[in-house]
Write a protein that binds this ligand. Structure first.
Ligand SMILES: [Ca+2]
Ligand SMILES: [Ca+2]
Length: 232
């Protein structure tokens, strides 16, 4: 009898350890994807562009602009898993220190009309020299000023450069996650459109974030507790 009790105690201890280990695994699974996602390219607005590798983009042909320094080569757009911010990146063919003015039109209600009060226009001024200085102003579709998103931020290639990145919160855009919008990026030359990238339809979302795994993790914990209660 004494021997049996001892064995039973040993078994309970072992079971407890297994349960705790499983709980730890569940906990780690909850935390891990955030790290994994962070490594696989969270967009950071810092004037370096490695984080845009593999993001959605539209290429634009060479030689279709009014001037060489406003000739766009690509337009990128992205979101980060746990942020309600739309990120954009524009690239031109020619590297240089000349300032470039870009205009991003966002048809937030996705009806093909860009000049309604609900729509948005972001005007981006990128001066490579000095420091990749970037300013972004946000207007509504009718051209009424709403807010300054960036003021002399270092969001572009510095010195001479081809690329600039910027971000606008969903709140400032007046949209919710997964809302389909149309976007058009153009470069400007003396107040006129110089080059334009074809229209993109996009549903910016804060993606399937790691936080979605927490309910799953909690369900797992609940199941383990249920199992243990049933067993004891
Ligand atoms: Ca072009
Ligand atoms: Ca519209």
């Amino acid at each position: 009898m004494h021997h049996l009790r001892k064995l039973h105690k040993k078994w309970s201890l072992l079971r407890e350890m297994i349960t705790i280990s499983l709980l730890l695994v569940v906990f780690m699974v909850c935390l891990m994807p955030k790290e994994v996602l962070a490594q696989s390219g969270q967009i950071t607005l810092d004037g370096s562009f490695d984080d845009w590798t593999g993001q959605a983009s539209i290429d634009d042909p060479r030689g279709d602009a009014k001037t060489d320094h406003t000739d766009l080569s690509a337009f990128y757009f992205a979101t980060n898993p746990d942020q309600e911010v739309a990120y954009f990146m524009a690239e031109r063919y020619q590297s240089g220190s000349q300032k470039i003015v870009l205009r991003l039109s966002i048809d937030t209600n996705n009806n093909g009309i860009y000049d309604e009060p609900d729509d948005r226009i972001a005007e981006v001024e990128y001066s490579p020299n000095p420091g990749g200085s970037t300013s972004v102003d946000l207007y509504d579709g009718g051209g009424n000023f709403l807010s300054r998103i960036a003021n002399d931020s270092s969001w572009g290639d510095a010195g001479t450069g081809r690329r600039v990145e910027w971000g606008i919160s969903f709140e400032a855009l007046g949209i919710v996650p997964y809302q389909p919008v149309r976007i058009v990026l153009v470069s400007m030359q003396g107040g006129q459109i110089s080059d334009g990238v074809i229209e993109v339809q996009w549903s910016p979302a804060n993606a399937l974030g790691w936080f979605l795994l927490i309910p799953l993790g909690l369900a797992g914990v609940g199941f383990l507790i249920y199992r243990q209660k049933k067993a004891s």
